[in-house]
Design a protein around this ligand. Structure first.
Ligand SMILES: Nc1nc2c(ncn2[C@@H]2O[C@H](COP(=O)(O)OP(=O)(O)O)[C@@H](O)[C@H]2O)c(=O)[nH]1
Ligand SMILES: [Mg+2]
Length: 227
């Protein structure tokens, strides 16, 4: 019984160290980094595609794709002509600091402004492992139901941003967006919430503006430390 607790703590502590190493590398490159999490199929890759299409002329975006298996998502993103690397976890349900560290040699970080990491589709473990990101952002689609904050609280507590996706489906599903928002905010009053449809494009402009601001602030921070 007592043996298991320190083992678990060791894994998380070792991960923290690796995440810290990654964070230093990202800072040196002046990058803003987002760890994108959701259940399978909520729309992470679709959001990345929309974001790249909208911002590619002004922001240099790179993507790390995390999946248990396949390079399908990386191929989707690769078609956009941006830097992308696929990480296969080989069964693990989340990305960790070590996986991110090993993927960085495949990217030219100094040619990027924004790095977006698509985590493995899962509403549980990704929230427990820091990657060295600036912030975690999560997607929840209306098709998954407004009760998810009650069932998977840690995801909402760890995230800075909640993107409620697939609002085009609202006429067809039993989801009360007001209730979803309220439950999420009860867990984390600082959540920035966007209601979007990656299918129609509705609601995405405020998300793009928010990203522009984060990247601009990071640049200003880096320029400030240089002078
Ligand atoms: N109706 C609708 N479907 C969407 C929306 N966003 C994504 N999808 C679809 O949902 C499925 C899963 O999307 P994907 O981006 O691959 O999700 P991921 O597994 O989180 O990366 C695909 O069939 C998408 O076309 C949306 O806003 N509305
Ligand atoms: Mg995906």
């Amino acid at each position: 019984m007592t043996v298991k607790v320190p083992v678990v703590r060791d894994i998380l502590e070792a991960n923290e160290q690796l995440a810290e190493d990654n964070r230093r590398v990202f800072r040196d490159a002046g990058l803003f980094v987002i760890n994108l999490m959701s259940g399978p199929g909520a729309g992470k890759t679709s959001l990345l595609e929309r974001t790249i299409d909208a911002l590619r002329e002004e922001i240099r975006i790179g993507v790390i794709e995390g999946d248990i298996q396949s390079s399908y998502d990386a191929e989707r993103i690769g078609q956009k002509g941006v830097q992308v690397v696929q990480l296969n976890t080989g069964g693990s349900c989340h990305l960790d600091g070590n996986m991110i560290k090993s993927s960085l040699q495949a990217l030219d970080l100094h040619q990027l402004d924004l790095l977006m990491v698509e985590n493995v589709g899962n509403l549980v473990c990704p929230a427990a492992f820091n990657l060295g990101e600036d912030m975690k952002a999560m997607l929840l689609s209306v098709a998954e139901g407004d009760d998810k904050p009650l069932k998977y609280p840690r995801m909402f507590q760890e995230s800075r941003v909640l993107i409620i996706n697939k609002i085009d489906l609202l006429p067809y599903v039993d989801c009360h967006v007001g209730k979803m928002r309220e439950r999420a905010l009860q867990l984390n009053a600082h959540l920035e919430i966007f209601e979007v449809s990656c299918r129609t494009g509705e609601g995405l402009s405020p998300w793009f503006d928010w990203l522009r601001r984060q990247v601009r602030d990071r640049k200003a921070e880096v320029d400030g430390t240089k002078t």
